[in-house]
Design a protein around this ligand. Structure first.
Ligand code: SF4
Ligand code: SF4
Length: 451
């Protein structure tokens, strides 16, 4: 431990450990994380056992109590084998203080998950994130193996093992050019066919410069031998990236369905974060917080970076074999990184009516100029503006219900009564009174409400 506790050390923080570095058994076309292999040429990309123990010890020492999340991601962390994780759990249980509660998490493509894995993960109450991009044709558009074959069937087999053992599963779905126009199909597939009720949607925004765009469009996997190291530079995006307006529409469309029938049963991280913002409490997602800097990434060799999205030479804080993690987390470099999220906001964001919920989203996506020509506007701004305005009425109603001591799911009854009244007498083929210019049966008439 450091001899004095650093003044800027947070009470708790989050580290994504990457025990196999960027190495993965798949070759997803949009996954620029694969290119991070170029940071460590000739490396074996396997976290040594003594480093695993050092990492867990420092993580626990750096937390001043309460819940400690021990998170593994990749690349593909299951390439390390179950025994590696058995040791991780044993070290954590041995080193945790009595005032600490442990939560293990693992993000995986699920291809290697079998009975043995599933039973291990259940035994230790892991929360497992599984990457799925929707039904087969959407998933297989970019989530391919080293031979370029779709992975849908193998992912479904892994998921089945997890579900049959009762493992807590959270689906992580990227939103990209292949699925951006199918929000309800994606959402209903997860909810109704896969019976998953924890969902996280991540917009794919792959930045490139005019020099790198052609190479970037070929993908980031091993199949593209000329790929560069991905860094957050450039104001072009690849063909696979989600459109800004489509991203907003994707979230808004799912929200309209969720808020009328799934509140309390299905958890969508974007909606939970928004509700927190409408209630005036800090949301759990760093992208919607005013400042960040407490979600770091640990490479297989002990190098600690400011964030998983900034595993780049300029954002390396140091190595935990040489400097205790708490000193790196509280270092002036990291404190400045976290504050820059707020301090670099352009005026358009500072004066924006949904800033309280958006906060300019993640700095990695801020590469447009504002209407005044100021740099630093988020590429997803148009989508977020639309989405946050779309959800305002229902979010305000839910926040009021909660403040009045009622439950968030009560919103569904309130809306149903309200819409029965509003749409009384509207025929199925009439234009929807909401102004969408769709037929009623294709718009509000599709929801729970009947005329
Ligand atoms: S840079 Fe973005 S993803 Fe990283 S901690 Fe900040 S807001 Fe979160
Ligand atoms: S919606 Fe756009 S202008 Fe408003 S805070 Fe977000 S990025 Fe900034």
């Amino acid at each position: 431990m450091p001899s004095t506790w650093p003044p800027h050390a947070p009470r708790s923080f989050h580290v994504l450990a990457k025990p196999s570095g960027a190495i993965c058994n798949l070759d997803c076309t949009y996954c620029f994380f694969l290119s991070k292999e170029l940071l460590y040429p000739g490396d074996r990309f396997r976290m040594a056992d003594d480093l695993l123990r050092t990492y867990i010890r420092q993580l626990l020492e750096s937390h001043r109590g309460g819940d400690v999340v021990i998170a593994f991601q990749g690349g593909e962390p299951t390439l390390m084998g179950v025994d590696f994780f058995e040791r991780a759990v044993a070290y954590a249980r041995e080193l945790a203080r009595p005032d600490q509660t442990l939560q293990f998490t693992l993000q995986t493509n699920a291809v290697l998950i079998n009975d043995k894995w599933a039973s291990f993960l259940r035994r230790h109450d892991f929360l497992v994130g599984v990457s799925i991009d929707g039904p087969r044709e959407m998933h297989d558009a970019y989530r391919v193996d080293k031979q370029g074959r779709g992975t849908f069937d193998r992912v479904m087999a892994g998921l089945e093992h997890l579900q049959s053992h009762g493992v807590d599963v959270n689906v992580l779905c990227t939103v990209n050019a292949a699925n951006q126009d199918h929000p309800l199909e994606v959402y209903r597939f997860f909810r109704d066919e896969l019976r998953l009720n924890f969902m996280q949607f991540i917009p794919i925004v792959e930045r490139a410069t005019s020099d790198t765009l052609t190479i970037a469009n070929r993908g980031w996997g091993d199949g593209n031998r000329s790929r560069p190291l991905y860094v957050n530079h450039g104001s072009s995006v690849t063909d696979r990236s989600v459109g800004s307006a489509q991203w907003g529409e994707f979230l808004s469309t799912i929200f309209r369905e969720w808020v009328r029938r799934d509140v309390g049963d299905v958890f969508v991280t974007h909606f939970e974060a928004a509700l927190a913002s409408w209630l005036g409490v800090p949301p759990a997602m760093c992208i919607f917080q005013e400042t960040c800097g407490t979600a770091l990434a640990l490479e297989h060799n002990g190098d600690l970076y400011s964030c998983d999205h900034y595993v780049e030479p300029d954002f390396k804080l140091g190595n935990i074999r040489e400097t205790h993690m708490v000193d790196l987390v509280a270092s002036p470099q990291q404190v400045a990184f976290g504050r820059a999220k707020r301090d670099s906001l352009p005026r358009q964001c500072r004066e924006c009516d949904v800033r309280f919920a958006c906060q300019g989203e993640c700095p990695r996506n801020r590469f447009l100029a504002t209407e005044d020509g100021e740099p630093g506007l988020n590429y997803l701004c148009a989508g977020y503006l639309r989405y946050f305005h779309d959800i305002d009425r229902e979010m305000s109603m839910m926040a009021s219900l909660l403040r009045a001591g009622r439950d968030a799911p009560d919103i569904m009854d309130v809306l149903e009564a309200d819409e029965r009244e509003r749409f009384r007498g509207v025929g199925r083929n009439d234009p929807c009174p909401c102004g969408s210019s769709q037929k009623f049966k294709m718009c509000h008439g599709r929801l729970r409400v009947t005329s």
